[in-house]
Design a protein around this ligand. Structure first.
Ligand SMILES: Nc1ncnc2c1ncn2[C@@H]1O[C@H](COP(=O)(O)OP(=O)(O)OP(=O)(O)O)[C@@H](O)[C@H]1O
Ligand SMILES: [Mg+2]
Length: 300
């Protein structure tokens, strides 16, 4: 097992009567790309602010790169690339001089941000205050990546980016991952991170609903197999086959919810004339939404 980079235990944060985090236990391992997913108000930004010591928890423990953020100070922050949810930039500065200044703060080589600015299509000579939202986001991303930090904490990094730039961002994440950096990033939408996250944690009302490798999450969700046969099939014996969790018959079309190996199903089908067969992963997004929902039901 690789080293733990982020660990919270029983982490809680109250804002007056609002329980933003309610005993959050979170583990992020070195070299992982961890997607932190959850609806508005789930507590994603609050968690990230606590990791960066922008906020202090009401109770519970936090360790980031082996250190408590409360005592880690500038030395710890220099090992992290942070993109806050609400970027506060100096509007009067030029992009380039601001990024140079930030590089000095982080002990990074001056100009290390240039390749990132270039690939994100950012003009270093523009005044920050005049930039569009997406371009401001790029300034924040260039700052977070520039000093090749061990850990990237990115709060909704794709917000405001157009689809082409979202793709470029995903390439940057993959490169960072290949270089051994750990990436912890948040989003409302799983599909945005599906192609890059290796582990997904789903947060709801300040608690982790699930945290698992994406492959495991996919396995848990299974495969939907749709079969059309020349003559209608009896669904009952299909429902008893190994790996079949649910079966629905509509005339000559059977829809099967399959978990694990399709072997038993295929052998059963081999005795019939199969006109058409399709196997597809259920939509991950819908399934995760259902996960939020099921949890709500359980709360009642
Ligand atoms: N400074 C604050 N003062 C009071 N309440 C706050 C503060 N910051 C966050 N909250 C509350 O804490 C809860 C969690 O907020 P948080 O911003 O962490 O959620 P989030 O998951 O990042 O949501 P979003 O997807 O909308 O960014 C919300 O109910 C929010 O209103
Ligand atoms: Mg947020």
């Amino acid at each position: 097992m690789s080293e733990v980079v982020i660990e919270t235990e029983g982490l809680s944060k109250d804002f007056g009567p609002t329980h933003a985090l309610q005993g959050l236990d979170l583990t992020v391992r070195a070299g992982d790309v961890f997607g932190f997913i959850g609806p508005n108000g789930a507590g994603k930004s609050t968690t990230m602010r606590i990791l960066m010591d922008v906020l202090r928890p009401t109770s519970g423990t936090v360790r980031v790169l082996g250190t408590d953020p409360r005592t880690g100070g500038g030395r710890l922050r220099a090992r992290i690339g942070y993109l806050p949810g609400e970027l506060a930039l100096d509007g009067r500065s030029e992009v380039g001089s601001w990024l140079d200044y930030q590089a000095r703060l982080h002990g990074a080589a001056p100009g290390a941000w240039r390749p990132y600015a270039e690939r994100l299509g950012l003009d270093p000579g523009r005044r920050i205050g005049k930039l569009s939202r997406g371009n401001k986001q790029k300034v924040g991303l260039a700052r977070a990546f520039a000093h090749s930090p061990e850990l990237l904490v990115l709060d909704e990094p794709t917000g405001g980016l157009d689809p082409l730039m979202q793709q470029e961002f995903l390439v940057m994440v993959r490169e960072a991952r290949a270089a051994g950096q750990t990436i912890f990033l948040s989003s409302h939408i799983l599909s945005e991170l599906e192609h890059v996250a290796e582990t997904v944690g789903v947060l709801r009302q300040g608690r982790l609903v699930t945290s698992a490798p994406l492959t495991e999450l996919r396995d848990r969700l299974g495969t939907t197999v749709t079969v059309e046969t020349e003559h209608p099939l009896d669904p009952a014996p299909v429902g008893r086959l190994e790996g079949v969790e649910e079966v629905h018959a509509d005339g000559t079309v059977l829809t099967v919810d399959l978990h694990g190996s399709p072997d038993a199903l295929l052998k059963h089908l081999a005795a019939h004339h199969v006109v058409h067969l399709r196997a597809e992963a259920p939509d991950l997004e819908t399934s995760v939404l259902r996960l939020y929902h099921d949890d709500e039901e359980a709360d009642r």
